[in-house]
Design a protein around this ligand. Structure first.
Ligand SMILES: NC(=O)c1ccc[n+]([C@@H]2O[C@H](COP(=O)([O-])OP(=O)(O)OC[C@H]3O[C@@H](n4cnc5c(N)ncnc54)[C@H](O)[C@@H]3O)[C@@H](O)[C@H]2O)c1
Ligand SMILES: [Zn+2]
Length: 342
């Protein structure tokens, strides 16, 4: 087990990589705990959870709402929970984001922790202190910055993860390698089969390095004033593709990273050979380089991106494998890349 500390404005977070789900009880207070999980996780791992009151939510992004938050508030009221209570989320990014939000707002803030059960939650969602819910079609519109006291990342629970969910996490791991860690990049190239199959040793390396990279960036810039932007690599076009093509987040981000690498080559920042290495790595992990989507819909989604500033978009590019730079990119150039020159 390896422990990483994420320093946040409101306190530190301990991320325990390689810790077992079974150690959750030892991390929790003896009483005054509400567990929150979803039906899939409960079916697979419910009998291994400590003996506390438990809420089991229907799974999926559609549940990450104020209505669901209200249900959790209600349960806390019924339990007569005060600020000394502790909320523990066991699940993927949806459960973690929701639990962090409820814990940050109920009685103006109570303690909370996570057992992250998807690769995406382990390498991304549970680190960094962002939490929140979707609101009327807008993703993560209502939320807060606040760090969980702990995050348990047990590689063994990923064995039951469906392939598409694994792909979402793998895309974020490639992102971390591409923006900050040439060694992790090489490791992934050399161990693509193990990484794709979520072999425990490969998972430990991917999660550990991702947590280290993301927490270093976040500790420097918790509220996304500058440096944290590099974590958006592949995400500007990725989000637009996710919406327009109706694919999972990871697939959108993968195609978004491939396009950003091409753009980096185009702008003289990245060598052709390096862009090709990124493309080959994505392919070997079962991730797409491009997606078919209505180009106009992609362009529309892209131009509605909140990072748009005048005629340029603030875009994260690579100046090498392991080095990210944010640069304004003319909207015209982006549209040309999509084959939309108008
Ligand atoms: N806070 C952040 O910084 C941050 C970063 C990235 C993503 N997110 C959020 O994370 C969410 C996506 O997270 P996600 O991909 O984990 O989605 P998710 O929580 O919906 O989990 C995906 C699916 O896997 C199932 N599942 C969970 N663990 C499992 C296991 N061990 N075995 C089998 N099935 C399992 C879930 O029931 C669900 O059906 C989004 O809402 C996104 O906005 C937040
Ligand atoms: Zn992402």
């Amino acid at each position: 087990m390896k422990e990483y500390v994420v320093r946040g404005l409101l306190g530190d977070s301990r991320v325990l990589v390689g810790e077992s789900l079974d150690s959750l009880a030892a991390l929790l207070p003896e009483r005054g705990v509400l567990l929150v999980t979803d039906e899939n996780v409960d079916r697979l791992y419910g009998d291994r959870l400590p003996d506390f009151p438990k809420m089991v939510l229907p799974p999926g992004e559609a549940e990450k709402t104020l209505d669901t938050a209200r249900e959790v508030y209600r349960r806390l009221v019924r339990l007569e929970a005060g600020r000394d209570w502790f909320l523990c989320g066991v699940g993927g990014g949806v459960v973690c984001d929701l639990v962090g939000f409820v814990a940050s707002t109920y009685v103006r803030g109570m303690g909370f922790g996570f057992c992250a059960t998807t690769l995406l939650a382990q390498v991304d969602a549970s680190v960094g202190g962002k939490n929140g819910v979707n609101f009327e079609g807008y993703k993560n519109l209502v939320g807060a910055f606040n760090q969980p006291r702990f995050v348990v990342c047990d590689p063994a629970v990923l064995a039951t993860l469906p392939e598409e969910e694994a792909a979402s996490g793998l895309a974020e791991v490639v992102k971390h390698a591409a923006i900050a860690d040439p060694d992790l990049f090489t490791f992934l190239e050399e161990n693509a089969r193990e990484a794709r199959g979520l072999a425990p040793e490969a998972v430990l390396r991917m999660v550990g390095d991702s947590v280290r990279i993301k927490s270093a960036v976040v500790s420097e810039d918790e509220r996304e004033a500058g440096r944290r932007k590099v974590l958006n690599f592949g995400h500007t076009l990725g989000h637009a593709l996710e919406k327009a093509a109706g694919v999972s987040h990871g697939y959108g981000v993968s195609a978004g990273m491939a396009a950003a690498a091409r753009l980096s080559v185009d702008m003289g920042l990245l060598a052709e050979e390096e862009a090709r290495r990124l493309e080959n790595l994505l392919l070997s992990l079962g991730l797409p380089l491009s997606l078919s989507a209505d180009r106009r819909a992609v362009a529309d989604a892209l131009l509605r991106d909140k990072k748009r500033a005048g005629d340029t978009l603030d875009y994260v590019l690579l100046s090498g494998l392991g080095t990210a730079v944010a640069r304004p990119v003319p909207v015209k150039k982006l549209l040309a890349l999509l084959g939309l020159d108008s």
